[in-house]
Design a protein around this ligand. Structure first.
Ligand SMILES: Cc1cc2nc3c(=O)[nH]c(=O)nc-3n(C[C@H](O)[C@H](O)[C@H](O)COP(=O)(O)OP(=O)(O)OC[C@H]3O[C@@H](n4cnc5c(N)ncnc54)[C@H](O)[C@@H]3O)c2cc1C
Length: 258
């Protein structure tokens, strides 16, 4: 794009191609993609870092955004949930708002661990920035340090979030996000924060290309000598490896002919 290539088909990301972003199922690890769990026996495990804790019921946790506030009904798994994850949130001071797409953290307690039958230790979780535990919610907030966490979560805010959620459990009604009958308080230490940020599996959006996979500028003119395929190319609501191999072959063939 720096030399004039046009961006193409941004809407593919959220409509034509189906769900290119998914809710995280295995939490407390870097890669919690629903359909794939990294096992310690994998030769790639050292890159993955941890397998994650597989969530059997989202009743067992709350999800908070990068400023420590709940933002949606945790039981939902629709586009609305994903949109809420990506929404701007909170005030960072000096009039600026935290951009969407920041980390999402699952917050839960020792009772949830027992109900889910989790073993919250490596290799199930990754304590190097993707999983934290503490004896109080305030301490937990202060421990959350991750490369994508733009600023620390204010301990007071996370405490208020948990206290308010617990009051909704007592009431039997989620006054903020209409989660149906919130069931379990978060009250028994230790408390945990686990990476639960949605996972991207196709970009679908990319550079504008023609049928020879030549990259085009905003006026539809070919940028000479520049080809692209796969996730870098936009305009095709086609999933995954077929898109990469088909267009990769075309781009390679045309580049060799030029
Ligand atoms: C979790 C997950 C599960 C998936 N499951 C499936 C599935 O089951 N079936 C399916 O068909 N598809 C699946 N996909 C999608 C599929 O993996 C991708 O569409 C495909 O790998 C894209 O290939 P690509 O070559 O276009 O891009 P990539 O595989 O992303 O390759 C891009 C390469 O460029 C390198 N690179 C980046 N920047 C630079 C730079 N500046 N200089 C040099 N190199 C650079 C990167 O390191 C990378 O190696 C899945 C994707 C994910 C993330």
């Amino acid at each position: 794009m720096a030399i004039g290539a046009a961006l193409w088909a941004t809407s593919n990301q959220s409509n034509e191609g189906g769900r290119a972003v998914t809710k995280t199922l295995h939490i407390g690890c870097r890669y919690g993609y629903q359909n794939l769990k990294w096992e310690p026996q994998s030769p790639l495990f050292k890159l993955a870092g941890a397998s994650g804790l597989t969530v059997s019921s989202f009743e067992d946790l709350i999800l908070v955004n990068q400023i420590g506030q709940r933002f949606w009904n945790e039981l939902d798994d629709s586009y609305k949930f994903l949109s809420a994850c990506l929404g701007t949130n909170g005030n960072l001071g000096r009039g600026s708002r935290a951009n969407g797409g920041g980390p999402i953290w699952a917050i839960f307690d020792a009772d949830a661990v027992r109900r889910e039958r989790w073993d919250p230790k490596p290799p199930n979780v990754d304590p190097n920035g993707w999983f934290f535990s503490a004896q109080t919610i305030r301490e937990l907030a202060a421990k959350i340090v991750n490369p994508y966490q733009s600023q620390p979560i204010a301990p007071r805010v996370l405490e208020e979030t948990v206290t308010r959620y617990n009051s909704h459990v007592e009431l039997g009604k989620d006054l903020d996000f209409s989660r149906p009958s919130p069931q379990f308080k978060i009250e028994t230490p230790p408390f945990y924060a686990a990476w639960s940020t949605p996972i991207l599996h196709d970009t679908l959006t990319g550079l504008r290309i023609n049928t020879k996979c030549q990259v085009m500028d905003v006026r539809g003119r070919v940028i000479s000598g520049l080809y692209c395929a796969g996730e870098t190319a936009g305009g095709f609501g086609l999933h995954g490896l077929p898109r990469a191999t088909v267009f990769g072959r075309i781009a390679g063939r045309e580049a060799a002919r030029a």
